[in-house]
Design a protein around this ligand. Structure first.
Ligand code: AMP
Ligand code: MG
Length: 508
């Protein structure tokens, strides 16, 4: 919703209903050395450019406009002292021992309407002890991308951080060009990353690992508290983290999402998609598509994402070895076993997910090959990823296939016809011949609308000129990604030629 401009008002009334009592379960209660108190840097002339009514509702925040002070970093959230946490991480495969919230500040911990814990974090609220010489700010461009994409991901059922608000300011920020500052308020049950554990492991501060793990388990995996023996409890927890990470990676592949910076400091301990930077949704399908202009080697190319997510689990498990018992050999062996759980977890999830995308009820031998042949055809002909799966839903289960549109998109018609014949045979083999029902089911898992780069770019250009209308349009459109929304069909089209190669880098 685009709000009318509001001045900063007292926030107490708007927040009191959902404030979390100051119990030991709060992240803040972990204290040092996990985080430090840091005041946000005031943001000049803040304006609430947009806020997310769905998230505000979830949090029971009646009047987001009245929260402009806390949401811009210009006033405290009642009853909470802001803090920045320390972490490390493997960036592009190289360990960086000192990272942390360089421009993010936790400003509140709340309970949502369902009683779940939610943390609120400002991104771009100024320098912290972890800023490493950078300015602590975020630009409007990247803030809009994060704001829109996190909501688009949520709507396609991928666990993610979300955004409550987007606040802009005329304050200049230097990137490749001069831009202006913005602050998003991100919301998640936890912002703990793999890198938080890596920090304490690689510094030799192993004595702090149990406190962090215990906090995460107590707050976010409470069913594991039943396991009394610590090693077994930590192992069970790590198995769940690995499974959630595998699920996230499989879901990214299924929706054609490229994260762009899969560093371990950008990997959530809850398996949430976090840190939207140079991400991109596939337009033309290419296995080796690289969405991050700064990723020269293609480390984070689309086709490599599942194995990188696995590698990242390895980095987490390395850092967690001290939690897995006093006998080092046995602990490493257990970590290795958990690490090897990624493969089956990923394969099982991916098999079901791709079967759903194809409209198949069962999972059978040969399905993976059928899928790979389809993707090879799409790759060779640069077919639009999102639209291809919508078109697939139109293929009838019995010959003749008729022209579904996809046949016009591929270059190798003979290979296409052979594939369709095999697909139809596969459908018939499981009695999957109610074509309307299959199409409806496929359209419930294959989105029609995703946040294509050129759509985000158009919203950014308008916002930079002072018009938030396109952000509003995209928020509404992307909250119903599976619905036909016929009057919005232009938003499902691949980018026009001149918008096909928008370069998105780490600069944000
Ligand atoms: P990212 O590439 O955004 O995941 O950031 C990697 C690390 O750099 C994190 O520790 C960030 O907090 C930090 N960082 C990125 N941009 C800035 C900035 N403009 N000011 C301060 N720290 C930053
Ligand atoms: Mg990051």
């Amino acid at each position: 919703m685009t709000p009318t401009p509001q001045s900063a008002l007292a926030a107490a009334d708007a927040t009191s209903s959902s404030a979390l009592p100051p119990t030991a379960s709060r992240y803040a209660a972990l204290g040092q050395p996990f985080h430090q108190p840091v005041q946000p840097t005031p943001l000049p002339e803040p304006a609430l450019l947009h806020f997310n009514t769905a998230v505000a509702d979830t949090l029971g925040l009646a009047d987001v406009g009245a929260l402009l002070g806390p949401l811009s970093g210009n006033a405290p959230w009642p009853g909470y002292a802001p803090l920045a946490s320390v972490y490390a991480g493997h960036q592009f495969g190289v360990f960086v021992p000192q990272l942390g919230d360089g421009r993010a500040l936790m400003i509140a911990e709340l309970h949502d309407r369902e009683g779940r814990r939610q943390e609120l974090q400002l991104k771009g609220a100024g320098r912290t002890p972890y800023s490493r010489g950078a300015d602590g700010r975020a630009v409007l461009r990247s803030s809009i991308r994060e704001y829109l994409c996190s909501e688009a991901m949520h709507a396609v059922g991928i666990a993610t951080t979300r955004c409550l608000s987007l606040v802009g300011s005329p304050q200049p920020v230097v990137r490749e060009t001069m831009e202006t500052a913005a602050v998003v308020c991100r919301v998640a049950p936890s912002f703990v990353r793999f890198g938080h554990f890596e920090f304490f492991y690689h510094r030799g501060l192993h004595e702090h690992l149990p406190a962090l793990a215990d906090h995460v388990i107590a707050e976010h995996f409470p069913h594991l508290l039943e396991i009394a023996e610590p090693t077994q409890r930590y192992a069970a927890w790590l198995r769940e983290v690995v499974a959630r990470t595998a699920l996230m990676a499989a879901q990214w592949q299924g929706v054609g999402f490229c994260h762009g910076v899969m560093n371990t400091d950008n990997f959530s301990i809850l398996g949430l998609t976090i840190d939207y930077g140079p991400f991109g949704f596939l337009d033309a399908f290419q296995w080796d598509h690289i969405c991050n202009h700064s990723d020269d080697g293609g480390r984070y190319a689309y086709g490599r994402q599942p194995q990188i997510a696995h590698w990242n689990c390895g980095r987490l498990l390395q850092a967690a070895v001290p939690l897995l018992g006093e006998d080092m050999d046995a602990a490493v062996e257990l970590a290795r076993d958990i690490y090897h759980g990624y493969g089956p977890a990923f394969s099982d999830t991916a098999a079901r997910l791709w079967a759903d995308k194809l409209g198949l009820k069962d999972i059978r031998e040969g399905d993976a090959e059928l899928m790979e042949r389809l993707l090879a055809l799409m790759h060779d002909s640069h077919c639009d990823f999102t639209n291809s799966f919508r078109k697939l839903a139109q293929i009838p289960s019995t010959a003749p296939s008729g022209d579904t549109g996809l046949r016009n998109d591929v270059l190798d018609i003979a290979a296409w016809d052979a594939w369709v014949a095999d697909y139809q045979a596969r459908l018939q083999s499981e009695g999957n011949t109610d074509d309307a029902a299959r199409a409806a089911a496929m359209n419930r898992v294959n989105p029609k609308y995703v946040l294509r780069n050129h759509l985000a770019q158009a919203a950014i250009a308008k916002a930079e000129a002072g018009d938030m209308g396109e952000i509003d349009v995209l928020m509404k459109l992307l909250s119903r990604p599976y619905d036909e929304q016929p009057d919005m069909a232009a938003y499902a089209a691949p980018p026009p030629e001149e918008m096909r190669h928008i370069e998105v880098s780490c600069s944000s």
